[in-house]
Write a protein that binds this ligand. Sequence first.
Ligand SMILES: *Cc1c(COP(=O)(O)O)cnc(C)c1O
Length: 374
Amino acid sequence: MAIPFIDLKAQQDRLRTEIEAGIHNVLAHGQYIMGPQVAQFEQKLAKFGDSRFALGCANGTDALLLPMMAWGIGPGDAVFCPSFTFCATAETIALMGATPVFVDMERDTYNISPSSLERAIKETISAGKLRPRCVIAVDLFGQCADYEALAPIVGEYGLKLIADSAQGFGTSLNGKQPGHWADVTTASFFPAKPLGCYGDGGAVLCDDEELTKIMASLCNHGKGSDRYDNIRIGFNSRLDTMQAAILLPKLAVFADEIERRNKIAARYIEGLKRHVLRVPTVRAGVVSTWAQFTIEVPDPEGFAKILKEDGIPTARYYPKPVHMQSAYVDYPVQGNGLPNTMACVDKVISLPMHAYLDEDTQDRIIEMAKKALG
Ligand SMILES: *Cc1c(COP(=O)(O)O)cnc(C)c1O
């Protein structure tokens, strides 16, 4: 029997009654855009995220654009981000007309390296061409970045800090979520993310009321007091009512799902730690959402092929870091090379991970992985 990489069906079976009731409710009232479920979800999301405000938007990419638009980030501005991430992190910086400056990662957590960040800021200042404005840290694979180390650097240089928590929404360090340190936290509800809907969706969370108002206007064509009063150039990026209705019951079980994912990750680590080059490292005090369970092996392509024959899917995040992608090769790179990033890209591979992976299936994956490694 083939194993799904992410089993959306198992979660659906658990929540079927609530999700179908939510969908029928929206069909009955017909307010497909900005219906009551959007505000209900935003309120619950803010509470879950330990933030004063949460604002739904169309996807996790727009969620990154919104704060940068609100802050007027544009040509001549440097925005620092890791290269070992999904391309949307850097793409949004370039879309703003600003310059992404690629920063190395920590070898063990895959998250942005605070020391490489500080060097990148200094290099940018001495080159004298760009003005440092903002840092986008990514909670990669579900683990929050090292915000305790990032916050003082960001503070010293007067930069804004965005937590790209598309994969890590719900992660925490010593009980505090990224928004404790970041000006804005962004989330994606793409179906395969830990908190996913049944289409596209996203959100921004922050504690700043004025900023939230500006972002709410921006994602609604720059509207002022009513929709025919346009006070700024915005765009259309709203969270659909239908998706909000689907997300409400999913959010209600999300804390439980994060716990389940952590149990599964612990079993994987125990089963594989003596057989692979690396199992994931989670820093002390961190709770990861385990968007991905990523290991390192000598030959990931060969490993994937063997597992595939046994009906076990794998995925490679990310074989080619963003600074090596053809659309991004001309942007600045800290130190002209990112050694930690380059050291992992030809080894990383991710195993099936979701909250409903049962122990038998997990044991089968562990056994097959061990066999594939010889
Ligand atoms: C998925 C993802 C995004 C983009 O989210 P979408 O909802 O797909 O637009 C941004 N950043 C990271 C790190 C992601 O994993």
